[in-house]
Write a protein that binds this ligand. Structure first.
Ligand code: ATP
Ligand code: LTN
Length: 324
C-alpha cells in the first residue's frame, strides 16, 4: 500500500498534529510505502514571513525526524521542490466546480480568520491537496478529522477525471484515528487545537515548565468530577483523551483512577505524564538541530525520488487531456 500525507510548515508541531496524524505516520512506515510532504505551497495562502520561511520548513523536517519518521523507510520532501504538484493543480482546476470549493469549512474558517487576505489560493487550496495525493497514486491518506472534507473533494475529482478522460487516478482511502482525530484547543475546548492559534496549543517541544503551566491553566468546565462527557464537559473530556492516548490506558480506567480527585490533581498528573512522554522527542530534536547538511540531504533525496513517481502520473494525465 502506498501512503501519502502532508503537513504545513506553519509553526511547531502540537500534540493535536501528533495524535491526529503523525503518530499514525510513524506506525505506517513500518510496513507500508510512505511518502510525507512538507506542504510549503499550501502555507502561502495565509499571512507568513518570507524571511524565516526556510527556517520553518527546516524546523518541520526536524520535528518529523525527531518523532520517529525514518528516512530509510519513508520519503520526506518539500512540496515546492517537485514542480509536478503545481502543474497538476492547474489541470485539476479546470474540472473542479467553484461551488464545491466555496462550501469547504476550512475555506470559510480561514476567510473569517484572515478577512483582509481572502486570496484565490485559499479557495483553491483543496485542489493543490488533491494534486499532492493523486500524483502518487495513493492508497491511504492518514489525516485528522478536519481534513476529511478535503479528502472527499479529492475523491470526487479523481472519479470525475477518470470518467471524463479515462481511468488514470487511483481513488484514495482516508484514514482517521478512532480516538484523537480532533484534539481541542487548551484555551477553548470547543475549537480545535491549531498551529495558527499558538495559545491553543501544547507543542511537542515545550519545556517541562511550559507544559505544567499550560496544562494547569487549560480551560475546564464547572464541576469537579473527572468524567468523559463531550457535551457537558468538553474541557475535561479533551484532557482525558490526551491522557488516554499518551498513557495507552482507556478513558474508563482513568475515570476510576481519578474518582474522588479534583481537576488540579488530574491536571498535575497529566502534565507529569506529558513531560515524560515528550522528553525523548525533545532529546532527538536537540541532536538534529546541529545537523543541517544531513537534513537537507534527506529532503533533496526525498524530492528526487518523489519526482520520479509524480512525473509518470503527470505524463499520463497530460496525454489523456490531449496536451501531448
Ligand atoms: P492550522 O489549523 O493552523 O491550519 P494545523 O494545526 O491544522 O494548522 P496542519 O499542518 O494543517 O496543522 O495539519 C497537519 C495534520 O494534523 C493534518 O492531518 C490535520 O488533520 C492534523 N491535525 C491538525 N490539528 C489537529 C487537531 N487539533 N487534532 C487532531 N489532528 C489535527
Ligand atoms: N491540508 C492539510 C495538509 C495537506 C495534506 C496534503 C494532507 C496538504 N496536502 C495531502 C494530506 C494529504 C492540512 O492542513 N492538514
Amino acid at each position: 500500500m502506498r501512503i501519502f500525507s502532508g503537513i504545513q510548515p506553519t509553526g511547531q508541531l502540537h500534540i493535536g498534529n501528533y495524535l491526529g496524524a503523525t503518530k499514525q505516520w510513524v506506525e505506517l512506515q513500518k510496513n507500508q510505502e510512505c511518502i510525507f510532504s512538507i506542504v510549503d505551497l499550501h502555507s502561502l495562502t495565509i499571512p507568513y514571513d518570507p524571511i524565516n520561511f526556510q527556517k520553518k520548513i527546516m524546523e518541520t523536517a526536524i520535528a518529523h525526524l525527531a518523532i520517529g519518521i525514518e528516512p530509510e523507510k519513508s520519503l520526506l520532501f518539500v512540496q515546492s521542490q517537485v514542480k509536478e504538484h503545481t502543474e497538476l493543480t492547474w489541470l485539476l482546476n479546470t474540472i473542479c466546480p467553484v461551488g464545491e470549493l466555496q462550501r469547504m469549512t476550512q475555506y470559510k474558517e480561514k476567510s473569517r480568520q484572515f478577512k483582509k487576505n481572502i486570496n484565490a489560493g485559499l479557495l483553491n487550496y483543496p485542489i493543490l491537496m488533491a494534486a499532492d495525493i493523486l500524483l502518487y497514486q495513493t492508497d491511504i491518506v492518514p489525516i485528522g478529522k478536519d481534513q476529511k472534507q478535503h479528502l472527499e473533494l479529492t475523491k470526487m475529482l479523481a472519479k470525475k477525471f477518470n470518467q471524463k478522460f479515462g481511468e488514470t487516478f487511483k481513488i484514495p482511502k482516508t484514514q482517521i484515528p478512532k480516538i484523537g482525530a480532533k484534539i481541542m484547543a487548551l484555551n477553548n475546548p470547543k475549537k480545535k487545537m491549531s498551529k495558527s492559534i499558538p495559545q491553543s496549543c501544547l507543542f511537542l517541544f515545550d519545556e517541562p515548565k511550559t507544559i505544567r503551566k499550560k496544562i494547569m491553566s487549560a480551560v475546564t468546565d464547572t464541576g469537579k468530577t473527572i468524567k468523559y462527557d463531550l457535551k457537558r464537559k468538553p474541557g475535561i473530556s479533551n484532557l482525558l483523551t490526551i491522557y488516554s492516548l499518551f498513557s495507552e490506558k482507556p478513558v474508563k480506567e482513568l475515570e476510576k483512577k481519578f474518582k474522588g480527585k479534583g481537576y488540579a490533581e488530574f491536571k498535575k498528573q497529566l502534565a507529569e505524564l506529558l513531560i515524560v512522554k515528550l522528553e525523548p522527542f525533545q532529546r532527538k530534536r536537540k541532536e538534529l538541530v546541529a545537523r543541517e547538511v544531513y537534513i537537507k540531504e534527506i529532503l533533496n533525496q526525498g524530492a528526487k525520488k518523489a519526482q520520479t513517481i509524480a512525473r509518470t502520473t503527470l505524463q499520463q494525465v497530460k496525454q489523456k487531456m490531449g496536451l501531448l
